[in-house]
Design a protein around this ligand. Structure first.
Ligand code: PHB
Length: 390
């Protein structure tokens, strides 16, 4: 009971402080960027921070008369830490926008803070379908697993893959990937013979892959979060699964551009579905990849970076539209319905769902100029999150 009262009092304090926000802000506009900068998801933090800083370097740090201040916090991808940091950013730093969120549990833990304080929360990474329903203040610039997985459920059975085992990280995005891939794949006449789930933290893929080898499906469909793909690829190849005739397929998280070039030639030919590839052949993307590399000692941007870059665009544009005068509700309204060209291709923030509508590409790992890349060979245009129709 005491705990409840305390929580209630904290919530009220957040609301009260947030109400004075616009007065206290004077000429600053603060973005609280909460990311995993250390630990298992550190590559996500590194990519998104670099992209956010690139966006600011390219577009200036003064918008509508306000000086933009980026406050980066490392939540080590522990949801309780994310939530505490969000609370401190809102109450102490009086941020105008919360952003980042490397994994689904971190985004979900923070959603009530966004709602109570009426602070727009831009989800740049986490990709479970339901996240945008956790708070009316959430806007997403990453993707959803159902968006990507359904495309693979259509492609695989048309390309000789009839029997599949799925292997996913056992939490929100993995369960979404498993469910939406399977539903579409089975609808198209495929068969999922087994669905395996591995723990998110410190997974050991070996026993699971042995099981898959014994089952001998046409393909193994995998979702693991960005940063974990290389470990799966290594063990898949070490076990000679490819030589045993088992194909590796999945959403593009598995052939993550952050790690792909170090995965070795064994990765050649792997087909995935995703919303962004560093090799996306548009003029805008070429410029983005080049500038990102230049600013970060040759680092190649991955899909997390593009979520961060576009998230900054959505925030900057909302500030411009509101002429620097609006509070959380005005900013949120100005984020809804934004439509623009992203390095990934055309992008749209659906005003109803606050979720991203975008192209999903089918890509195959090939060599381009001596480097391993996800090379796009087909596109499904303007895909809405299929999770929102349920
Ligand atoms: C998530 O936790 O929502 C998540 C993390 C990494 C990914 C995709 C989804 O690559």
């Amino acid at each position: 009971m005491q705990k409840r009262l305390f929580l209630h009092a904290t919530a009220l304090a957040i609301v009260a402080l947030a109400a004075t926000n616009s007065v206290a802000q004077d000429n600053k506009f603060k973005i609280g960027l909460i990311l995993p900068m250390t630990g298992q998801q550190a590559s996500t933090g590194r990519q998104i921070e670099a992209a956010a800083r690139l966006y600011m370097a390219q577009n200036g740090d003064t918008v509508a008369g306000k000086k933009i201040e980026l406050i980066v916090k490392d939540d080590t991808s522990i949801p309780d830490v994310t939530k505490r940091m969000a609370q401190e950013l809102v109450v102490n730093d009086k941020v105008n926008v919360l952003a980042g969120f490397g994994i689904t549990p971190s985004a979900l833990a923070t959603a009530p803070i966004a709602t109570q304080s009426k602070t727009p929360m831009v989800v740049m990474a986490a990709a479970t379908s339901s996240i945008t329903q956790a708070s009316p203040y959430i806007v997403r610039t990453s993707f959803t697993l159902p968006q990507a997985a359904v495309a693979m459920g259509d492609w695989a059975p048309k390309n000789g893959i009839k029997k599949v085992v799925t292997l996913v990280s056992d939490y929100g995005p993995g369960i979404d990937a498993e469910k939406y891939f399977k539903e579409r794949f089975v609808f198209n006449g495929g068969q999922v013979t087994e669905s395996l789930r591995v723990p998110l933290r410190g997974p050991d893929f070996a026993p699971f892959l042995q099981k898959v080898r014994d089952a001998k499906p046409d393909a193994l469909f995998v979702f693991v979060p960005s940063g974990a793909g290389a470990a799966v690829m290594k063990q898949f190849l070490e076990r000679g699964m490819d030589k045993a005739g088992i194909k590796l397929i999945g959403t593009g998280d598995i052939t993550d551009d952050d790690q792909l070039n170090d995965m070795g030639e064994g990765a050649l030919g792997v087909v995935t579905s995703h919303h962004y590839a560093a090799a996306h052949p548009s003029a805008m993307n070429k410029k983005f990849v080049e500038a990102f590399g230049k600013a970060n000692r040759g680092m190649r941007p991955n899909f997390m970076a593009v979520g961060g870059y576009d998230g900054m665009r959505v925030i900057y544009e909302a500030l411009k539209i509101t002429k620097g005068a609006g509070g959380g509700d005005a900013l949120l309204a100005a984020m809804k319905g934004q439509i623009f060209e992203s390095p990934r291709g055309p992008m749209f923030i659906d005003a109803q769902t606050r979720d991203v509508v975008q192209n999903i590409y089918l890509r195959k790992v090939e060599k381009l100029n001596g480097q391993l890349h996800n090379v796009e060979f087909d596109v499904i245009k303007d895909v809405k999150d299929p999770g929102k129709n349920k």
